[in-house]
Design a protein around this ligand. Structure first.
Ligand code: SAM
Length: 256
């Protein structure tokens, strides 16, 4: 059973189920301008390292087409498109919050093949099998319907295409887990208080992480959505988790 959400202060930015999308959208419209700076402070700059690892595991190659869902201000989209001389991976960044996309467009250098599109990760505006790679950083946790999000990612990937997701994870070690959740619960609201005069703005992270399945259950849900060869890559003792999966070449259950 879901924990009670009625009338809790966190409820301003977090709700389970259908109400979720509206609250998430409202939150990111509000924090867009300061999102990148707070990300650096909150993670002590480490989100850059984890995103670099995500992109390296997704392994974009020249001539491929990648989609970064929940792209926010475009950090991962730009990393996917950047490469050595003559490298050319075409990237689409998709997000439903126009304020985040405005920043993404502003800071993306013109020499990168990245375009941005406003849209819903639960109803992707692309035909089946149109991408080689789908990435998502800190996005799946925010979706109102995780399984639908995974099904959409699978639909737009070509058979054999890769899905790579970076998310807050669940450390297996009890001491680390206790410290980690204490940091999310007690320290992150301070950033909300400092930057927005409202501790609940960043309280949504604890609310969403504590309800989101850990990386191992996420990997299992990816398999249910038609992915195979699912790998879990932990960082910082599992505080961050990357799930890398390949879309099965044949629909599950078909042997020939
Ligand atoms: C925590 S931010 C992550 C941004 C970026 N990927 C990063 O790592 O910096 C989550 C983003 O997901 C977007 N988002 C949440 N639900 C979405 C949905 N259903 N469709 C599209 N974007 C969504 C929000 O607007 C927000 O920009």
């Amino acid at each position: 059973m879901e924990r009670a959400h009625e009338a809790t202060p966190e409820n301003r930015y977090y709700a389970p189920g259908e109400e979720r999308a509206e609250k998430v959208h409202r939150l990111f419209s509000r924090i867009a301008r300061r999102y990148d700076r707070i990300n650096d402070l909150m993670s002590w700059g480490m989100h850059r390292v984890w995103k670099r690892r995500l992109v390296s595991l997704a392994d974009p190659r020249s001539g491929e087409k990648a989609l970064d869902i929940c792209c926010g201000t475009g950090d991962v989209a730009r990393r996917l498109a950047a490469g050595p001389l003559n490298f050319s991976c075409e990237v689409v960044g998709l997000d439903f919050t126009e304020e985040m996309l405005e920043i993404a467009r502003k800071v993306t250098p013109g020499n990168l093949r990245v375009s941005y599109r406003q849209g819903d990760a639960l109803a992707l505006p692309f035909p089946d099998a149109s991408f080689d790679i789908v990435t998502c950083a800190y996005g799946l946790r925010n979706l109102a319907d995780l399984d639908r999000g995974l099904a959409e990612a699978s639909r737009v990937l070509r058979p054999g295409g890769r899905l790579a997701s970076l998310e807050f994870g669940r450390p297996a070690n009890l001491l680390l887990s206790t410290l980690y959740f204490a940091y999310l619960r007690a320290a992150l609201p301070i950033f909300g208080w400092i930057f927005f005069g409202d501790p609940h703005t960043y309280g949504y992270i604890f609310a969403t992480v504590s309800r989101f399945p850990g990386q191992r259950e996420l990997a299992a849900r990816m398999k249910d959505a038609g992915f195979d060869a699912v790998e879990v890559h932990d960082s910082m003792g599992g505080a961050m988790g990357i799930c890398l999966a390949r879309k099965a070449s044949k629909p599950a259950g078909k042997s020939s």
